[in-house]
Design a protein around this ligand. Structure first.
Ligand code: APR
Length: 309
């Protein structure tokens, strides 16, 4: 059995662990700073096994990282979630300190793992982890594009009145207000949505996708989305654990791809055994490239503002 460690046993973390256990993808260790909570949630999930018919091992740990030894994949969801009115950017300072501490432990206890970052602001936290662990960049990947694309796909389905099962969406760029939904690469059974909707409608749903996280924060009142985020990171973990070589939009460290260098940005990635295998460079139209440039600039500017890079 493969082994996954989840750092952060909150809404996203615990829900992702539940999904991993139910799919029997791996044995799981859940680590948090809260006393009792990771162990309690883990025991609750073990006790679900006889009902849901799985036997993945799930254990919880408070502040002790030693149980994560030998992990194949480490998922980081620890940190503060956005509160209403709080931008992802406001989160930077608090979460960067948390991610630095966790990264040192990952380096020490799971030096061969692939790390999937979920904590926001995503592209910056992935960079912090990449630097602090010293891992090769293909072993530190950020989860954002799968989620943003799932939101975009959901809105396409709602608009067209079609099942989301046939919809495959592509959202690139930073995980923030500048993300870039790609209508040309968003399809319903292979048909680009540019063939099925007018530009105005596409612009409307693109805008809703860009604000998808905030829409849920506002509805929930406290905390942020966790069902779709947990499903998204588990899809990436599954591709790594099972060596599936799937093509996902994900936040990857760029070394000249698309003309960007030295920071994390959402691009199409092949993900499989060992992590990121390849960044796919698409030929973009001028409008698409302008959108991606705008988003890349937002991420690199923010990096400079907070003293990264
Ligand atoms: N080490 C381990 N766990 C920590 C640490 C730390 N240093 N600091 C905080 N945590 C834990 C908290 O105790 C909490 O259980 O991280 C967990 C975060 O869970 P939630 O507050 O429920 O947040 P969640 O909704 O899961 O979101 C987590 O994912 O989508 C992003 O923006 C979101 O950055 C946020 C992250």
């Amino acid at each position: 059995m493969k082994k996954v460690t989840m750092i952060g046993a909150g809404n996203v973390g615990a829900t992702a662990v539940q999904r991993i256990a139910e799919k029997e993808l791996a044995d799981v260790v859940m680590i948090d700073i809260l006393e009792g909570v990771p162990a309690g949630k883990a025991l609750d999930m073990v006790e679900t096994g006889p009902v849901e018919r799985y036997d993945s091992s799930v254990i919880g740990s408070t502040n002790d990282y030693s149980p994560m030894e030998g992990s194949d994949v480490v998922i980081i969801t620890a940190g503060l979630a956005r509160k209403p009115g709080m931008s992802r950017d406001d989160l930077f300072n608090k979460n960067a300190a948390i991610i630095k501490g966790i990264s040192a432990n990952v380096k020490k206890h799971a030096p061969n793992a692939v790390v999937l970052m979920v904590t926001n602001p995503l592209d910056l936290m992935a960079y912090v982890c990449f630097k602090e662990t010293g891992f090769e960049s293909n072993r530190v990947i950020g989860m954002a594009g799968v989620l943003d694309s799932a939101r975009f796909a959901s809105f396409v389905g709602m608009e067209l009145g079609l099942s989301v099962k046939d919809i495959s969406a592509m959202v690139l760029g930073g995980h923030g207000d500048t993300m870039v939904p790609m209508p040309r690469f968003t399809t319903v059974s292979g048909i680009s949505i540019t063939e099925l909707m007018d530009k105005e409608t596409i612009d409307q749903i693109s805008d809703r996708a860009r604000k998808g996280g905030a829409e849920i924060v506002k509805l929930l009142g406290t905390g942020s989305a966790f069902y779709a985020p947990s499903a998204s990171v588990v899809a990436m973990a599954e591709a790594i654990l099972l060596g599936k070589d799937r093509l996902f939009p994900a936040s990857a460290y760029l070394r000249g791809e698309y003309g960007y260098e030295g920071f994390y940005l959402g691009v199409p990635c092949v993900i499989g055994e060992g992590g990121l295998k390849k960044v796919i460079e698409l030929k973009l139209t001028d409008e698409e490239k302008a959108g991606l440039d705008h988003s890349a600039n937002a991420v690199s500017t923010q990096m400079k503002e907070v003293g990264l890079g």
